[in-house]
Write a protein that binds this ligand. Structure first.
Ligand code: HEC
Ligand code: HEC
Ligand code: HEC
Ligand code: HEC
Ligand code: HEC
Length: 449
């Protein structure tokens, strides 16, 4: 009797896991569904009015039509996939995260954005709310299990809707539901997006602060117009790189000198301390192949002369990638663009000598690339981790001719999504190269005779 009871209990416990194991995820799901298996966001929007309006404004709803995504996919990724068997999978695979319904429908490549097809819907309500689990231990490369249909998965228990069934899913309050698209491995086996893994290794995971706490804040209201009132409705904000307000102040910084009175011809050392106070992952994270922060330090003397201070070298391996220089890079763009012996474009496009906080991605020839799928290795990871502090120094030999009186020294930390030289070269809309001032601080010393 007891044995029978235990066995049936065991079956009950194992059953859901077994169901999931039988289902496909990731590349194996290409072409396993139809567009019509998924409802449009507009359909959901009839009752979930606020979430729909928020969704229209989030970058995830633009993940296929956003102009830079279109350029990178059609001008670089597809031609590259057709020339190099090693990366052939990305022709379909980019869409596993950027427009999952098109991927699941086996539409490769989907019609261009101007065709106004359903591929344009990108990351929809129904994509996320029909995620039933993910395969394996680590979420990455769209390894989610999609179960389209009447059942919508969500965080709460027992909600009743006239349009669909609801199912409470613990997954929706975890970071794994994000990691399926926010962790990515290149065909060479390199982690080219690791936001969820960075989070997992950092302090917020230990405290139980998840992605949703910072990207989907809670407020009072309703989840559907005809529904109940709740004190803790998850707003669908998802602000990130495309929201200057989210970027500003994410890092705190302070600058101080080692002495307040200085003499012409003698050195003075400035220390800049930077603290990642707001992000649950490294800054920059995600598309780190194209994001960078740089620290610019300038002194202005009593006569208004401006001096640019280059950062002191620390001497670690790979440091050359973290100091802005007049160097060419991104030569591998020549492959998809069909330019033999392409010399590349300027690597940084920011003042030489400034410290850059970044993670350089390297192609199979060891050259810096922004084609993340062509990443065979990475150089030094010089980004600022969650609650990490970085210290930079600037030793400045005062010119003999400097004017006596006060000298103001200002440190400015800038953020950029995509380096200006790439934006110019690929004719990406200029807003993609917008420079956002994350923070700044200034200090003062006095030149005495
Ligand atoms: C089905 C795949 C998918 C899932 C699941 C997903 N994302 Fe995204 N997310 C994307 C894609 C693709 C982009 C990039 C859009 C672009 O720039 O083209 C993105 C962009 C973002 C951004 C950047 C916004 C900006 O302004 O640049 C944030 C923040 C974000 N997602 C947060 C989350 C969080 C939090 C979760 C989990 C609750 C999540 N995402 C789940 C695919 C996904
Ligand atoms: C005809 C109206 C209607 C439509 C259309 C509709 N829903 Fe709902 N939905 C509701 C109502 C009502 C609730 C329950 C609200 C409550 O009890 O306060 C609900 C609940 C949910 C929940 C559960 C939330 C939780 O906290 O667990 C999810 C998820 C959801 N809907 C997703 C969707 C998605 C995705 C679509 C489109 C594919 C959609 N809904 C279309 C009315 C609708
Ligand atoms: C990138 C994935 C993603 C997209 C796109 C998305 N959601 Fe959600 N949604 C979530 C997650 C994750 C939660 C639960 C967050 C939590 O409770 O921690 C959620 C929560 C909800 C809830 C319940 C809110 C609550 O507080 O109970 C509803 C209803 C809902 N979403 C509907 C929608 C609708 C409608 C759309 C499209 C207009 C949409 N979602 C788009 C991921 C997504
Ligand atoms: C403690 C708050 C916090 C947590 C937790 C958090 N984030 Fe963020 N996130 C931020 C802030 C602040 C920014 C803006 C600064 C930046 O770009 O990193 C940001 C930016 C982002 C960006 C855009 C980054 C870029 O430069 O392109 C993405 C994507 C993102 N978050 C996804 C996630 C995901 C996925 C998780 C969970 C694994 C997560 N975040 C957890 C606060 C948080
Ligand atoms: C595993 C999921 C995944 C795959 C596969 C993927 N991406 Fe993305 N992609 C994302 C996420 C998530 C972001 C946003 C990260 C961030 O904001 O930092 C993103 C960002 C981008 C951006 C940057 C948008 C911006 O605003 O700067 C471009 C362009 C892009 N992807 C193109 C591609 C191309 C082309 C491919 C195929 C070669 C591809 N992606 C494959 C998830 C994916």
């Amino acid at each position: 009797m007891l044995k029978v009871l235990l066995t049936s209990l065991l079956i009950l416990v194992i059953q859901p896991v077994g169901d999931l194991l039988a289902q496909k995820s990731g590349d194996a799901t290409l072409g396993t569904q139809k567009y019509s298996d998924y409802e449009t966001p507009r359909t959901c929007g009839a009752c979930h009015v606020d979430f729909y309006q928020q969704w229209l404004q989030m970058i995830m709803s633009q993940a296929y039509v956003h102009h830079w995504d279109e350029i990178e996919y059609f001008k670089l990724a597809i031609p590259h996939a057709e020339k190099d068997p090693k990366v052939a999978g990305v022709k379909a695979g980019c869409n596993g995260c950027h427009t999952p319904v098109a991927f699941l429908a086996g539409d490769v490549p989907p019609p261009k954005p101007e065709m106004n097809s359903r591929a344009n819907e990108a990351v929809t309500c129904d994509v996320c709310h029909t995620i039933a689990g993910f395969e394996g231990d680590t979420p990455f490369n769209y390894n989610f299990i999609s179960e389209p249909g009447r059942v919508k998965h969500g965080p709460r228990d027992g909600l009743v809707s006239p349009a669909h069934e609801t199912k409470q899913s613990a997954l929706f309050n975890t970071t794994e539901v994000c990691g399926v698209c926010h962790n990515e491995k290149s065909p060479y086996g390199v982690w080219v997006k690791a936001t969820q893994l960075e989070w997992k290794a950092g302090p917020y995971a230990k405290e139980g602060v998840v992605c949703q706490d910072c990207h989907m804040p809670k407020s009072s209201g309703r989840v559907a117009t005809m529904g109940k009132d709740f004190p803790d409705v998850r707003q669908h904000f998802f602000h990130g790189a495309h929201d200057p307000g989210k970027i500003r102040g994410a890092i705190e910084l302070r600058i101080h000198p080692d002495t307040r009175e200085v003499e012409p011809g003698l050195p003075v050392k400035f220390t800049v301390i930077l603290y990642n106070t707001k992000a649950g992952h490294k800054i920059p994270t995600g598309s780190a192949e194209e994001r960078m922060l740089w620290l610019h330090v300038e002194a202005t003397d009593a006569k208004g002369n401006v001096y640019h201070l280059p950062v002191d070298k620390k001497g670690f391996t790979g440091e050359e990638y973290t100091i802005a220089a007049n160097t060419l890079a991104y030569q591998d763009m020549g492959i998809p663009l069909g330019i033999p012996d392409f010399k590349g474009v300027q690597r940084d496009g920011v003042p030489a000598g400034d410290r850059i906080f970044r993670l350089p991605y390297l192609d199979p020839q060891g050259r810096m690339t922004i084609m993340q799928w062509n990443t065979a290795s990475q150089a030094v990871d010089y980004r600022i981790g969650p609650r990490e502090t970085k210290v930079e120094t600037y030793t400045w030999q005062l010119p003999d001719t400097i004017a006596p009186g006060p000298v103001v020294v200002k440190a400015t930390l800038n953020y950029q999504k995509l380096p200006t030289p790439i934006v110019d070269f690929l004719e990406v809309p200029p807003e993609e190269a917008e420079v956002i001032e994350m923070n700044s601080h200034q200090t003062q010393v006095t030149v005495v005779d």
